[in-house]
Design a protein around this ligand. Structure first.
Ligand code: FCB
Length: 469
C-alpha cells in the first residue's frame, strides 16, 4: 500500500552558495569568512576550499535541467551576501543580484518553487573584521542586505528563510572554532547567538515590508534523549536540549531566553549581555513557517552515571560536539546498535517524528518544512559510471516515512528537502563527505545521477512512498 502525501507537498532539495558555486573571484564577489577560514592551514580536511566547488556558478543551466528531470517542486538555495554586497556595506553589486535573478527565473520556468536562504554562513569578511556576529551592527547590516535582495527577487521567491542554523554559526564558529570565523570564545558565542536572532527579526521585517511571501528561519534541531529516567540523566539531557534547541526555540516562539539555560551559562561565567528588551519582542514575532534541519538525535547521561549507561549498553562518552562536558557534567553516549553515517552520526528516523510532534505540541502550529535531511555515505563511482547508493535510499525512505508519521499524528508538515542536490564542499570536512543525489566529479565538475536520484524522482512523481510499514 502506498502512503500518500498531502496535495501540494513541497518535495525539494537543498544546497548552499559557498558549498556549490565556486567562482569566488568572479562577478564582483567579495571575500567571505569561509574563504578566509578554508584558506587557513589546518582548518579543513585536506586543506579543501570552496574556490571551485561544484562550479555551479558556471553550470547553473545544467543544474536547473537536472532539477527539472528530478521533478523537484521546490529548490532551496542560499544567496551569498558577498556576491550581493561585497564588503557587507555600501551599494549592491548588480552582477551578483543578476545571478540569483537568473537562477530564480530558471526555476520558475521549470515550475520549481524557489526557496531562498538569505544567510548560510558566508559573512562578508569586512564585517568580520569589525566584529562579525559578536557585534550588533552586523544584524543591522543584515537588514540592509536583505532589502537589496528582496528588491531584486521579491515575490519571485516562494519562501524566504532568513538564517540557516544559527546554532552552528554561533557555537561552531565562536565557541569551539571548528567553523568560520574559527574563534573559541564562548562569551562571544553568547553575543553572536543574540545578534543572529536579531538579524532574523530585522530581516523578516524587511521581507514582510517588501514582499507578500512567507518568511521563516531554519534551525538545526536534535532531540536529546536521557539515557535513563534517573533524574540526573533527565537533567543532563535537559541541559543539552537547552543549549542546542531551546536557546533558539524559546526566544523565537516565546519571546525570551530559557531561564535555566541562562543560569547554566552564568554558572560558567557567561552572560547574555547584549539583549535589549525591545529586541525580544521583535525576535518573538510569529514566523510564517519553521524550517527544520534534522540529521540525528543524541542520548545524554550525567557524567556521574556513565557506569550505569555502559551497563545499559551505551558506549560512553560519544562525540560531544565540543560541549564543555566536564563543566556541565553531561555526556552524549553512543548507541552501538544504530547505524552510523560517514559523518559518524547515528541514524534515528523516529527522532524526527518525535521532534516534529514536540514542536507542534510545545512551540508552534505554524507550518513546518524539513529544510534539510540527508546522509553522507562512502559512495564510489563504478567503472561503468554508476553510483549505487542503497544506504542513502534506505535513509531517505525511513526519514520520509518518519515525516509521514508526524503528519498522521496531526503535525502540519508541508515540505521535505533532501540535503543535498549534489555532492559539495562539506565545510570543515571539505570534499571528503558526499551527501548528494547527484555525484560531483571533482575537479572536472561533471555530474552523475546516483541511484537515489531515480528513487527520489519516482517518489515525487507518485507523491507517495511505495510500501513500507
Ligand atoms: C548542515 C548544513 C548544511 C550541510 C549539512 C550536512 O548543518 O546546514 O550546509 O553541511 O549540515
Amino acid at each position: 500500500m502506498a502512503k500518500e502525501f498531502p496535495e501540494g507537498f513541497l518535495w525539494g532539495a537543498s544546497t548552499a552558495a559557498y558549498q556549490i558555486e565556486g567562482a569566488v573571484d568572479q562577478g564582483g564577489r567579495g571575500v567571505s569568512i569561509w574563504d578566509t577560514f578554508s584558506h587557513t592551514p589546518g582548518r579543513t580536511a585536506n586543506g579543501d576550499t570552496g574556490d571551485v566547488a561544484c562550479r555551479h556558478y558556471e553550470r547553473v543551466g545544467e543544474d536547473l535541467d537536472l532539477m527539472a528531470e528530478l521533478g523537484l517542486r521546490a529548490y532551496r538555495f542560499s544567496v551569498a551576501w558577498p556576491r550581493v554586497q561585497p564588503d557587507g556595506k555600501g551599494s549592491a553589486n548588480q552582477e551578483g543580484l543578476d545571478f540569483y535573478r537568473r537562477l530564480t527565473a530558471g526555476l520558475r520556468e521549470r515550475g520549481i518553487v524557489p526557496v531562498a536562504t538569505l544567510y548560510h554562513w558566508d559573512l562578508p569578511q569586512a564585517l568580520q573584521d569589525e566584529g562579525g556576529w559578536a557585534v550588533r551592527e552586523t544584524a543591522e547590516r543584515f537588514g540592509e542586505y536583505v532589502a537589496m535582495v528582496t528588491a531584486a527577487l521579491g515575490d519571485e521567491v516562494g519562501l524566504w528563510i532568513t538564517l540557516n542554523e544559527p546554532w552552528c554559526s554561533a557555537w561552531l564558529g565562536y565557541a569551539i572554532g571548528v567553523h568560520a570565523p574559527g574563534l573559541a570564545d564562548p562569551q562571544l558565542s553568547m553575543r553572536a547567538t543574540h545578534h543572529l536572532l536579531l538579524a532574523h527579526a530585522l530581516g523578516s521585517e524587511v521581507v514582510r515590508r517588501d514582499t507578500k511571501v512567507p518568511v521563516g528561519i531554519t534551525l538545526n534541531l536534535a532531540p536529546q534523549i536521557p539515557a535513563s529516567d534517573h533524574e540526573l540523566d533527565v537533567e543532563a539531557a535537559r541541559k543539552l536540549d537547552g543549549g542546542l534547541n531551546r536557546l533558539y526555540l524559546d526566544p523565537l516562539f516565546r519571546g525570551s531566553y530559557p531561564a535555566d539555560v541562562l543560569a547554566t551559562a552564568a554558572a560558567a561565567g557567561l552572560q547574555m549581555d547584549v539583549a535589549r528588551d525591545t529586541d525580544m519582542a521583535l525576535i518573538g514575532r510569529p514566523v510564517d513557517f519553521l524550517g527544520v534541519n534534522y540529521y540525528m538525535s543524541h542520548v545524554v547521561a550525567s557524567t556521574s552515571r556513565l557506569g550505569e549507561a555502559r551497563q545499559a549498553g551505551y558506549v560512553a562518552p560519544d562525540s560531544l560536539l565540543g560541549t564543555p562536558s566536564a563543566a556541565l557534567g553531561v555526556a552524549q553516549v553512543g548507541r552501538p546498535w544504530l547505524e552510523r553515517t560517514a559523518m559518524g552520526w547515528e541514524v534515528d528516523p523516529a527522532g524526527l517524528t518525535a521532534l516534529l510532534t514536540r514542536l507542534s505540541r510545545e512551540y508552534t502550529k505554524a507550518p513546518l518544512h524539513i529544510t534539510e535531511s540527508g546522509v553522507a555515505v562512502e559512495d564510489y563511482r563504478g567503472p561503468d559510471g554508476a553510483v549505487h547508493d542503497p544506504r542513502r535510499v534506505a535513509y531517505l525512505e525511513a526519514h520520509v516515512k518518519a515525516v509521514r508519521d508526524a503528519i498522521d499524528a496531526g503535525v502540519d508538515v508541508q515540505g521535505y528537502f533532501v540535503w543535498s542536490l549534489m555532492d559539495n564542499f562539506e565545510w570543515a570536512e571539505g570534499y571528503s563527505k558526499r551527501f548528494g543525489l547527484v555525484w560531483t566529479e571533482y575537479p572536472t565538475g561533471e555530474r552523475a545521477r546516483k541511484d537515489s536520484f531515480g528513487w527520489y524522482r519516482d517518489l515525487i512523481a507518485a507523491n507517495a512512498l511505495a510500501v513500507i510499514g
